[in-house]
Design a protein around this ligand. Structure first.
Ligand code: CU
Length: 144
């Protein structure tokens, strides 16, 4: 009888221990990975025409607001940096070489975030917000 009780007691303790461990694991705060635009752009480094850079002095600043890029027609020189600054809402800075489908840069910006893009090759680039492309949130970048 004592033996069965002991086994029962041990079983209960074990179950409690397992339950406690489960609780501890569940109550662990979920760490949400917040990726910065720099990190998001890091995988774009393989593209040479337009790359996300972590620092540098922009020659032009483009504001994202009212579902528009302001200005939407940008001209810059080869090697220069363009800053895209999200004033309001959630947008993407998606840059494609004109006539190509694969974006060179594709970064999601939430409010007050900005991203620096360096243009290394002359050419004509399409600027698109993937979320509001149909609303006319597009632009053109000419690198001379
Ligand atoms: Cu947008």
């Amino acid at each position: 009888m004592i033996c069965i009780r002991r086994v029962y007691l041990i079983s209960v303790l074990l179950l409690l221990a397992i339950f406690a461990i489960g609780c501890v694991q569940q109550s662990k705060p979920e760490v949400k990975e917040v990726s910065t635009p720099e990190e998001q752009g890091a995988h774009e480094e393989s593209h040479t025409e337009a790359v996300v850079v972590n620092e540098g002095e922009p020659s032009v600043t483009v504001n994202l607001k009212n579902f528009q890029f302001e200005p939407s027609n940008i001209e810059t020189e080869k090697g220069q940096i363009v800053e895209f600054k999200n004033i309001e809402g959630k947008h993407t800075v998606t840059i494609l070489e004109s006539g190509h489908d694969e974006p060179l840069v594709d970064v999601v910006l939430t409010e007050d975030q900005s991203v620096l893009v360096k243009f290394n090759e002359q050419g004509s680039y399409d600027l698109v917000c993937r979320f509001h492309e149909n609303a006319g949130m597009v632009g053109k970048i000419v690198v001379i």
